[in-house]
Design a protein around this ligand. Structure first.
Ligand code: BGP
Length: 456
């Protein structure tokens, strides 16, 4: 029996852009995703775009009933900046205020602990057109947007996140082509990361100033970096990978400053971003109150195999490799390594003063789930097993002193996924995209038992 501490939270995470949908006349502005889909549908493999979702914008009342039926004691949605402030700055969309207020009220009425995220990879296109996160003004626009959210919804929400996985848009949009603007520019990537951190710290400051009793954090994907061998070059590569991919946001968010080692690496190749002492003071003085951690897969790292004079991308410092013989989710191609949860927990305990945290995402995307249907409901035993295996490691970590207070699965209902649309399904609830019918999967019923028993 794996019993979790009293008050441990059970729920799921989702995001506005992946679940809300777009309705003519609802006043939503264009986001980077709406724009990119409109100009380059081939990037999305000509599948459906962010306008085709579970339409939470209309179906939220039914979905909130389903949250209860699947045993949620917590839920993490996100506000779409482009819905609330269509141009990114300036006028607020009254329909968005009405929508989010009603959603939050109804979730509260169910006794489900709300944790609301302000940014899930989605910037209003109007700001993207002015340079997006390369432009420092975006950080201050984000601060103003965050303040609006605290003012408009602070009577209904007391737990906030600034960004979901801020390193992902940096890597996917400025070192690869999975997010707009899909360019490769290491100097810009570092600047974007810095402006994002500044924005996060500014929002933390605003939250504490406006509602001192509220708690605010950031959600980081903290995949541990495992070296390929004991060879010093592989160990060094793993260390650098961890600095870039975890500590670049973890350290300033939790400790208030960047790791010296990272600064030295950036200095060596003239990659230090433009910054001011005042901004560094904002980062130093506004650290998070707790931590959100997403975990899907470990980072397997080896020393770089290509040599160039100047770094053009991160493969100058380290490379990824696939460890032969490991369990892989064949649909998503990600390694399944449950021990990663334990290792993250111990890293937080040892290096980050055992700050309290929540596992804010973990999940299994599966293609062709309808073949597992029996009597109309998907029998997703593989998902139950996946969750159990990760929970065993989380349980072991808590027994060893980890300060983790909740588990959130990705995700509640099958959702639109960035470049993969509906190929891989993650939900506790099945979505029929055409009819919009919702059907609880076996995992959804099991999740309710898990929550009621506070363990399994
Ligand atoms: C996380 C994101 C989510 C979600 C999930 C699954 O990194 O925060 O938004 O998409 O990954 O990934 P995918 O949808 O690409 O399979």
């Amino acid at each position: 029996m794996y019993k979790f501490p009293e008050g441990f939270l059970w729920g799921t995470s989702t995001s506005g852009p992946q679940s809300e949908g777009i309705e003519a006349g609802d006043g939503k502005g264009m986001s980077n995703w709406d724009y990119w889909f409109s100009i380059a549908p081939e990037k999305f493999h000509n599948q459906v775009g962010p306008d085709r979702t579970s339409t939470f914008y209309h179906n939220y009342k039914e979905d909130i009933e389903l949250l209860e039926q699947t045993g949620h004691t917590t839920f993490r949605p996100s506000i779409q900046w482009s819905r609330l402030i269509p141009e990114g700055v300036g006028e607020v969309n009254p329909k968005a205020v009405e929508f989010y207020r009603d959603v939050f009220k109804r979730i509260n009425a169910k006794g489900i602990k709300l944790m609301v995220n302000l940014y899930h990879f989605d910037i209003p296109y109007a700001l993207q057109a002015k340079g997006g996160w390369e432009n420092k003004e975006t950080a201050y626009a984000f601060r103003d947007y965050a303040e609006k959210c605290f003012e408009l919804f602070g009577d209904l929400v007391d737990t906030w996140f600034t960004f979901n996985e801020p390193i992902v848009p940096v890597e996917a949009g400025y070192l690869a082509d999975f997010h707009y603007p899909a360019k490769v520019d290491l100097k810009a990537a570092v600047q974007v990361a810095y402006h994002t951190q500044l924005a996060s710290s500014l929002a933390v400051e605003a939250c504490h100033r406006l509602n001192p009793e509220h708690r605010i954090s950031v959600i980081l994907n903290l995949t541990p970096a495992y070296p390929r061998s004991d060879h010093p070059e592989d160990i060094k590569a793993a260390r650098i990978a961890e600095l870039f991919q975890a500590k670049s946001f973890l350290d300033p968010s939790v400790k208030g400053y960047y790791p010296e080692e990272l600064i030295d690496i950036l200095k060596a190749h003239d990659l230090i971003p433009a910054h001011t002492e005042e901004e560094l003071a904002i980062i130093r003085e506004n650290t998070v109150d707790f931590l959100g951690v997403n975990y899907y897969q470990p980072l397997r790292v080896q020393a770089p195999t290509k040599t160039t004079e100047q770094p053009m991308n991160l493969d100058f410092y380290f490379e990824h490799y696939v460890m032969p013989g490991r369990k892989i989710n064949p649909h998503r191609g990600w390694e399944i390594y449950e021990t990663g949860v334990y290792d993250i927990a111990m890293m937080i305990k040892q290096d980050y003063d055992n700050i309290d945290w929540i596992l804010t995402e973990n999940g299994m995307g599966v293609e062709g789930e309808e073949k597992f249907k029996v009597d109309g409901a998907i029998q997703d035993d593989y998902r139950i097993e996946f969750i159990q295996d990760h929970l065993k490691e989380l349980h072991r970590a808590i027994e060893d002193g980890a300060n983790c207070h909740g588990y959130m699965l990705w995700t509640f209902i099958d959702c639109w996924s960035w470049l993969n649309a509906y190929k891989n399904r993650y939900g506790l609830v099945e979505l029929d995209l055409e009819s919009q019918k919702r059907t609880i999967k076996k995992s959804g019923h099991w999740f309710k038992e898990l929550s009621q028993n506070n363990g399994f």
